[in-house]
Design a protein around this ligand. Sequence first.
Ligand SMILES: [Mg+2]
Length: 371
Amino acid sequence: MRLRPFSLGLTTPLETARGPIERREGFLVSVDPGADGESVPAPGLGEATSLPGWTESRSACETALNGVTAEADGSELVTDAVSRLDPAETPAARHGLALALADAAARDAGRSLTEHLAENEGLPTPAETVSVNATIGDGNRDATVTAAENAIEEGFTCLKIKVGARALDADVERLRAVRRAVGDGVALRADANGAWDRETAREAAERLAPLGLAYLEQPLPADDLDGAAALRTVGSGVDPGADTDADPPVPIALDESLASNGVDAVLDAGAADAVVLKPMALGGPDRALAAATRAREAGVEPVVTTTIDAVVARTAAVHVAAAIPEVTPCGLATGSLLDADLAPDPCPVSDGAVAVPTGPGLAGDAFDDLP
Ligand SMILES: [Mg+2]
């Protein structure tokens, strides 16, 4: 196993509830059969790009991966190393190695990573394309409408609009204006990144219900699962029993709550209609797909997105999403946030969707020339 550090800047710093993100620094993780050819069946490539707040720190990630290398000898690496990386403590490190080994196994079998992941999870043949959402920032009403119209022009049919940075009145007006501009056929999501208190979130859910949002993401702080569960029943009618024309509740999606509480606590609490799964934060593509399966079994829609990763992990996230049967549009159009990348993107966004690389492994020979 070999680690190669990298550092990539963002085109513009991204403000988040957990501070601004200015760079993405991580490691490419390579595994190689070596001389005896037995430790791994084929070369494999992974990416470990930590994002504190979501994963361990970069140094903890490096320490964990170097620890595995130091402890492992040859054949033990394949079978045991991943199990020594705790997905709760060092999810990015585990993602890096689990992806490299899955890529190696898929290459050895001559099939794509998504086929490999789906078969291991007992899922049917994966999709050939995955729809993705456009992300629209927290500009004023006119800027928001313009960005929405541009995204529709580019072929997107699902828009995620940032809310919560302005007064609720302004956000409601922005979303109403977008709905008027793009019509009812476009799926609209709003992401508040945990900005609201319970009272504001309840008012938002009532006022947004008539707009038919696909979902409202992380309206409350990450730890407020009870509050999120209660919001799932808030429609536009004060008393739905008395008003048969009341709009149904806005579905609630949770994202930051998964990093704070874990997927299973969110599912057990009945806190979400949808969960946003980040393979890097969950400890690997295999664990993200398993979480998606558990969510579906609980009647919760899984959505796959990235932690603004480099191209290797983004491509892996595409494979994860493709393996989820009839997955809803995913947050995989994040490559444009980086001002440079490690290699050309083997699955660029086109017409609001990405074509899943056919393999073998992650993307055939697309990453073979990485330095
Ligand atoms: Mg989010």
